[in-house]
Design a protein around this ligand. Structure first.
Ligand SMILES: *[C@@H]1O[C@H](CO)[C@@H](O)[C@H](O)[C@H]1NC(C)=O
Length: 402
């Protein structure tokens, strides 16, 4: 090989491996919520194939479904599993209950199935159920103690997922504060996160804000489409999308309670492809734009304006449309896929292509979930990934494992 050609191929290799670090870590920061409130979903073994075809490596469950955990053994897919709200009181008050739960729902599946985090309770705070709210941190602590006892606390972290409604104010982001009435629960919660090194998780849906006031909330702003953005007058930081503003509002709220040592991650976000008459914005085009643009931002390793060095990390809601979810029609139409495995819409998750209204919808054509890939550039490069790359990526993973 000519020296020049060799130099340029070396350079190419270097660029490829740098790129694959980005892509591989980007994949590790894109997860999907596998909800199962439906009577028509495919068998978990088929879901393994579907997720493989999409190159998705992180899955969140709302329970600890043993069939799913078993089906994903030796796939490398990382799981976040959940303790349901109905179990919190027992976990908090019955000695041995948490240990029993961990021995039954975590221990038997690892290490064949990777379980990185247990989420204790979903949207418990701000529910007006004070008994449940009071059980939250004691239940988290009990699960954590059980993991310690069983020698699993280094590989499995403990968190809980919260609605952004735990905030009394979220805009401008620097004004973010928790609801005053929740302080008694939030304070020990933040101490728990601080002590155990686990992140604060939020379920954030800019769709709700848009649906609530379509006249005053800018659609490009909520869909990550090009827009002038909004400046936070206190920090002078400019926000071009609502999700980042919501994340930074949580950082501000934690800071107001004395904590700058806890990460914020998005345990749920998404956009419905269909809704009732009065659900403005619930369309296929908007859902494709929201999820496609979000994936592009993840692939770019983007952080929020307040934390540009901390790439955003999200679990999209949801894998499938779930036909038995109660509530408005939108609730049953958040899926990226129909239960038969066909995509509800095409997603352009490629880099750099998104601009202009409607970007992200259809520019890569409809993809076949069983043969093409959501992260198509990624998957080819990931194959070339060397163990060196993995070594570079792993410390990032272990720093934050929910
Ligand atoms: C924000 O910008 C204004 C005007 O440029 C400036 O006076 C102010 O000091 C800035 N504030 C911060 C926090 O940077």
């Amino acid at each position: 090989m000519e020296p020049r050609a060799r130099a340029s191929s070396l350079l190419l290799c270097l660029m490829l491996s740098l790129f694959s670090v980005d892509i591989v870590s980007a994949q590790q920061r894109f997860g999907i919520n596998y909800g199962q409130i439906a009577d028509n979903l495919p068998d978990p073994t088929q879901v393994v194939r579907l997720l493989r075809s999409m190159n998705v490596n992180k899955v969140k469950l709302y329970d600890a479904d043993s069939k799913v955990l078993t089906s994903f053994a030796n796939t490398g897919v990382e799981f976040i599993i959940s303790v349901g709200n109905e179990n919190l009181q027992t976990m908090a008050t019955t000695p041995g209950a948490a240990r029993q739960w961990v021995s039954q729902h975590v221990q038997p599946f690892i290490p064949a199935t990777r379980i990185s985090c247990v989420i204790v309770g979903n949207e418990v705070l701000g529910n007006n159920d004070n008994g449940m709210a009071a059980s939250l941190v004691p239940a988290m602590q009990a699960i954590y103690d059980a993991l310690v006892d069983l020698g699993l606390s280094r590989q499995v972290t403990v968190s809980s997922a919260h609605s952004v409604n735990v905030l009394a104010s979220s805009f401008p982001p620097s004004s973010g504060v928790f609801q005053e009435g929740l302080a008694q629960y939030i304070k020990p919660l933040l101490e728990f996160h601080s002590k155990t090194g686990s992140p604060f998780l939020i379920n954030a849906y800019p769709f709700f804000a848009y649906k609530g006031s379509p006249g005053s909330v800018s659609l490009p702003y909520v869909l990550f489409e090009p827009n002038a953005g909004v400046v936070d007058p206190k920090t002078n930081l400019s926000y071009d999308n609502m999700l980042y503003a919501q994340i930074d509002a949580v950082y501000a709220a934690m800071k107001a309670m004395g904590h700058t040592d806890i990460g914020v991650r998005v345990s749920e976000t998404g956009w419905p492809s269909k809704g009732d008459e009065d659900e403005v914005g619930a369309t296929v085009q908007n859902a494709a734009a929201y999820n496609g643009n979000l994936m592009q931002r993840i692939a770019m390793n983007q952080g929020t304006p307040l934390k540009p060095e901390v790439p955003i990390d999200v679990f999209v809601f949801a894998l499938f449309n779930e036909n038995m979810k109660p509530g408005p029609a939108s609730e049953r139409n958040y899926g990226l896929f129909y239960p038969n495995g066909s995509p509800v819409y095409a997603i352009n998750a490629g880099t750099g292509a998104g601009s202009g209204p409607g970007a992200g919808s259809g520019s890569v054509g409809r993809f076949d979930p069983y043969s093409s890939q959501m992260f198509s550039a990624a998957s080819k490069l990931a194959v070339r990934t060397t163990s060196l790359t993995l070594l570079l990526v792993l410390p990032i993973l272990s720093a934050f494992s929910c």
